[in-house]
Design a binder for this molecule. Structure first.
Ligand code: FES
Ligand code: MG
Length: 573
């Protein structure tokens, strides 16, 4: 392994005053001087936080990574970065994804790091960390914390998030008691790990593996399975080798790798949020990825993973059934064989050599898919000139082609109180339209797009309605929910011009989202439209609203697109 050229030599290899400073203070931690002999310094970027329960065990995972780094002759240095917990952070963790990316980027660039292992788990922590690392372009390997064990309640498996949406609807409809509802809390989240449905965390863990950034077979290992720690140790060994091979993230995450990730997402019935994150990651690496590509690449992909929220099973079952490699092994003809993984081998060779489906109920074979082209569809029309998305595997057959009258809400708070009103003027065919929940409007594009069914209709047994917004929805949610409408209402997109009573047409198959209002009338409404007065803001929220891109461009900040590399010209002393 070549070590002289290592970037960290610019710090620890210096002989004069600066070298003294760089080494001496590190020695306060009790390291012997061999750590400065030129061996690769591996920065372990840790999104651990007790406010992010999904990532709360990542310090233990870091210890396993360190074992591997030491074993392979590297010097592991763990550092904390901002942690984004989906369940607690207000107004939405998405508001801070780009802030995490900046934290990761600057921490890597400014420190004596030769390569990095990113420890992630909860939804935004994975894409945020990858985006930051991509803008520095060092050898990079991702270790996710793994999913929780299956939730259990009254002898049944219950899925993170998905069961919350279901139970809440059951309580509203009088089918479940409050006591049972509370009891289910404890059974749902009963071990370390991230959501164990195919929500955004599991989706991003799998797509990270599909794009080659994680060790093959690692994404689905439950957080508490000993093999999670073994794979973390293996990652520590491998990242040291990657320094010698100069296997940078830009060599792994190529256009071919992104395409494989999109195909995997379609086969998994993965989260709509992945669309935004993949676009943002592509932007950092200068790769041309458009919303339309995601739709086109997904069209012929069979939906194979029968996982909640779209299907039946949970991540523990998925792991035992073969996990992502087994899914990919069914898709070898669709995968791009130019893509390599952090192992240095092609994804395709990794998949074909080892993987097979062990349970065809959980992972369908190519011959018996759950559907075809059931991934995230990209819709266009006068209501979404720059696109909108819908998760086809979660759409009700009754509503896939639908014409209904709009009932418009200008804020989620307005909707939430109206939804309780027994007199609300809606029926099962009404199209619920939510405005001002986009990246700038909220700000931060929260996961509120899966509006709960109005109580009055829930009590009548209505389980799904067409809902349209510029918001996102949780990857654990489901329903005929059109999301990410671009441009968003707050910047004057046509969504802002919809009025209660307008007819709206949705045709998922035809990829069409149409507001049945004449162009003249829309122009007239546009003249009348006034942007909402700017909320009083300062700090991050101000910077974010001033610079955030629309969802069709990944919601990155405009000045963060691209990369600056790993060079820092100036000294600190
Ligand atoms: Fe963290 Fe779902 S809340 S992954
Ligand atoms: Mg989420």
């Amino acid at each position: 392994m070549s070590t002289d050229g290592n970037r960290s030599r610019q710090w620890f290899g210096e002989t004069g005053r600066s070298g003294f400073i760089h080494r001496s203070w590190m020695r306060s931690q009790g390291f012997t001087e061999e750590v400065f002999d030129g061996r690769p310094v591996i920065g372990i970027s840790n999104t651990f936080s007790e406010f992010t329960p999904c990532n709360a065990h990542l310090r233990q995972v870091a210890e396993a990574v360190k074992r591997g780094v030491w074993q392979a002759g590297g010097f592991p240095v763990e550092f904390p970065v901002m942690s984004l917990g989906e369940t607690l952070l207000r107004p939405t963790a998405m508001l801070f994804r780009n802030l995490l990316s900046m934290d990761v980027e600057e921490s890597l660039r400014g420190n004596p790091v030769d390569a990095t292992v990113l420890l992630t788990g909860c939804d935004k922590t994975t894409p945020g960390s990858i985006m930051g690392a991509a803008s520095v372009d060092l050898p990079t390997l991702v270790v996710t914390g793994g999913p929780m064990l299956n939730g259990k309640f009254r002898g049944c498996d219950i899925g993170s998030g998905t069961a919350v949406w279901q139970f809440t609807q059951d309580v509203n409809a009088g089918r479940m008691s409050h006591a049972d509802y509370t009891a289910a809390e404890a059974g749902m989240s009963r071990s370390n790990g991230h959501c164990m449905t195919m929500g955004t965390a599991s989706t991003m863990a799998c797509l990270t593996e599909a794009m080659g950034l994680a060790l093959p077979g690692s994404a689905a290992i439950p957080a508490v399975d000993s093999r999670r720690y073994a794979t973390a140790q293996r990652a520590g060994q491998r990242i040291v080798e990657m320094v010698g091979e100069d296997l940078r993230i830009s060599r792994v995450v190529t256009g071919a790798a992104l395409r494989n990730a999109v195909i995997a997402n379609a086969a998994l019935g993965g989260s709509t949020n992945a669309v935004i994150h993949l676009l943002a990651i592509a932007g950092r690496l200068g790769l041309p990825l458009r919303l339309e590509d995601l739709d086109a690449w997904s069209r012929e992909v069979p939906w194979l993973a029968d996982l909640q929220p779209s299907g039946r099973f949970l991540m523990e079952d998925f792991y035992y059934a073969g996990g992502l490699p087994a899914v990919l092994a069914e898709l070898t003809d669709l995968l791009d064989d130019r893509a390599i993984t952090v192992t240095g081998d092609s994804l395709l060779s990794t998949v074909t050599s080892a993987a097979r489906v062990a349970d065809t109920e959980v992972i369908r074979t190519r011959e018996k898919p759950l559907g075809l082209g059931a991934g995230t569809a990209v819709l266009h029309g006068n209501l979404a000139p720059d696109g909108a998305v819908v998760k086809q595997s979660a759409v009700s057959a009754r509503l896939a082609r639908h014409r209904g009258r709009a009932r418009v809400f200008t804020s989620i708070e307005e909707y939430d109180s109206a939804a309780e009103d027994p007199e609300l003027d809606v029926d099962a065919d009404t199209v619920l339209v939510l405005q001002n929940a986009g990246p700038r409007g909220y700000p931060g594009m929260p996961e509120v797009g899966n509006l709960t069914i109005p109580r009055k209709l829930a009590e009548q047994g209505v389980e799904d309605m067409v809902r349209i917004s510029d918001a996102r929805m949780s990857g654990t949610a489901y329903g005929t929910v059109v999301l990410h409408v671009c441009p968003e209402a707050a910047v004057g997109g046509p969504l802002a011009l919809v009025r209660t009573g307008d007819w709206i047409e949705l045709d998922v198959e035809a990829r069409r989202l149409h507001l049945d209002v004449t162009d003249e009338e829309l122009a007239r409404r546009r003249d009348e439209w006034e942007p909402a007065p700017a909320r009083e803001q300062r700090g991050w929220a101000q910077l974010y609203t001033d610079h955030v891109l629309q969802a069709d461009q990944g919601c990155d900040l405009d000045f963060l697109v691209g990369a600056s590399g790993s060079t820092v010209a100036r000294q600190s002393h």
